[in-house]
Design a protein around this ligand. Sequence first.
Ligand SMILES: Cc1cc2nc3c(=O)[nH]c(=O)nc-3n(C[C@H](O)[C@H](O)[C@H](O)COP(=O)(O)OP(=O)(O)OC[C@H]3O[C@@H](n4cnc5c(N)ncnc54)[C@H](O)[C@@H]3O)c2cc1C
Length: 372
Amino acid sequence: MKHSRVAIVGAGINGVMAGWALIERGYEVSLFEALRPMHATSRASSKMLHGGLRYLEQGAFGLIREALLERHWWLSQQTGLAAPLQIYIPCYKNTGRSPWVIRAGTLLYDLLAIGSKMPLSRRHEPSQVMQAIPGLRSEGLVGAISYWDASMDDEALGLWALARLQERGLKLHKACRVERLFNDGRMETEQGLETFDHLVNAAGPWSHHLLTRSELESPYDLLALRGSHLVVDRPLKAGCLFQQHDGRVVFYLPYKGCALLGTTEVAASSEDPSEPIKPSQREIDELIELHNRFVSPRIEPREIIQTMAGLRPLVLERSQAAKNTRTISRESVLLTHGKIVSLLGGKWTTARKQGEQIALAIEASQGFPTTS
Ligand SMILES: Cc1cc2nc3c(=O)[nH]c(=O)nc-3n(C[C@H](O)[C@H](O)[C@H](O)COP(=O)(O)OP(=O)(O)OC[C@H]3O[C@@H](n4cnc5c(N)ncnc54)[C@H](O)[C@@H]3O)c2cc1C
């Protein structure tokens, strides 16, 4: 029974790590991807393996603790594709959260990271943060708090995990779009119908479209927010987090010898996973404007060497009104229809945990005892 055949739809990080959990348990896994592995949201992230400092404000302590343990797991794999990163939060007079609130938050973050062997957060004088972040505006700067997270090459790290799975027998079907899932285990692709013991819908922001096309009911809606980043030709040694007046934060991070600036949050939609997601000119202008408010010299258009955008699926119960997207939890939800397990939402950092939950849901449906 442990050698059941499972088909996973979607080779983003969640599909790959569902494969990881299932291969470890002895399942025979086939992964179906509409375009190519790691081409979508999972390569357009902020490249952070993190607990998410800002989720402290939502009181999502369990999610943060879990993500910080997962950050440790990814770092412990020693792939050379992820490394600890110090991030400064500059504090300005009358702008953003007070330094004391930030200090309390970072101390709590240190506490939630216990056991992960990361350096602790610290307070800094204005001169110290000016040295760490070249060109940072000094006017009104009262100091900074720094804390530690990890940065990664998201696409390469996902492909690293996929390569380990292929060595262990995972079968990858690239450029093979899944049209429909049936709750008896049948799956329809352009090549026809195939039957598996279990189906996993890990189609990321398109998972809900797949359910709809399969005429399967869901008590949830997926609200998609487009998040965009700019890669700017400016070397940066440490990371920085800019606070905006509306409470949102924007990362300014070292990335492959340049700086990664983002992200935006704009309601968006996409029907076709093969179509690239692109930032609008308005988002690009917004990010440049934000950078120029905090750092000089100003960004010139020729310094933007790449733009990236991805869709962040936020899971909403049908009854929940989406008034303020910052207050919607980033936690994931599993949905079962007969032999289909669908994952809605979920972070990059916690993809291994999400994969384990999918494997447990499959085992539970077979009557195996589950461990959590
Ligand atoms: C701007 C932004 C920044 C983020 N930053 C971070 C961060 O720093 N750290 C973090 O932990 N998380 C971050 N996240 C969240 C994280 O990136 C996502 O949660 C994660 O990448 C989602 O992975 P996924 O595998 O579910 O989706 P995707 O990576 O989108 O993969 C889904 C795959 O399914 C395929 N697919 C869809 N439909 C079909 C079909 N019918 N048939 C076959 N294949 C199909 C698609 O082609 C795609 O490859 C960020 C998200 C965004 C949007």
